[in-house]
Design a protein. Structure first.
Length: 124
């Protein structure tokens, strides 16, 4: 039977590939500017990716569920806010409301990762 931490590593790898593909198509095909929901889905998958990776770290290092949740939230806020700062510096931001929506979408993706973590870690 596959270890839960290995499963989270695999899920993280799949999620990062999906996130990278969404971002690449969003830029190269101008989907960010022509499909209104593209940014929402990309940020959600970005949050899912970071959340799954943080859960894998939490499992491998033996963190409690509470500390794993704290790690997940801290990481997505750091990554999400850093991304939004980069967007602002590159003049890509759609304003304050867009920035807030993007960070909320990131956190919702991490919430989905938390639900997956809770479901899959019931056996440990």
């Amino acid at each position: 039977m596959m270890r839960v931490s290995t499963l989270f590593n695999i899920l993280s790898l799949i999620a990062v590939c999906i996130t990278a593909a969404l971002h690449w198509y969003g830029v190269e095909m101008s989907f960010y500017w022509t499909i209104w929901w593209w940014d929402i889905v990309t940020h959600f998958f970005g949050g899912l990716t970071v959340g799954l990776w943080a859960a894998a770290v939490g499992i491998r290092t033996g963190l409690s569920r509470r500390h794993t949740a704290e790690l997940m939230i801290a990481l997505i806020l750091c990554v999400g806010v850093s991304w939004e700062l980069w967007e602002a510096l590159e003049h890509l931001s759609g304003g304050k409301l867009d920035t807030l929506k993007d960070v909320v979408d990131d956190v919702l993706g991490t919430d989905a990762a938390w639900l997956i973590y809770k479901l899959l870690s019931l056996k440990r």
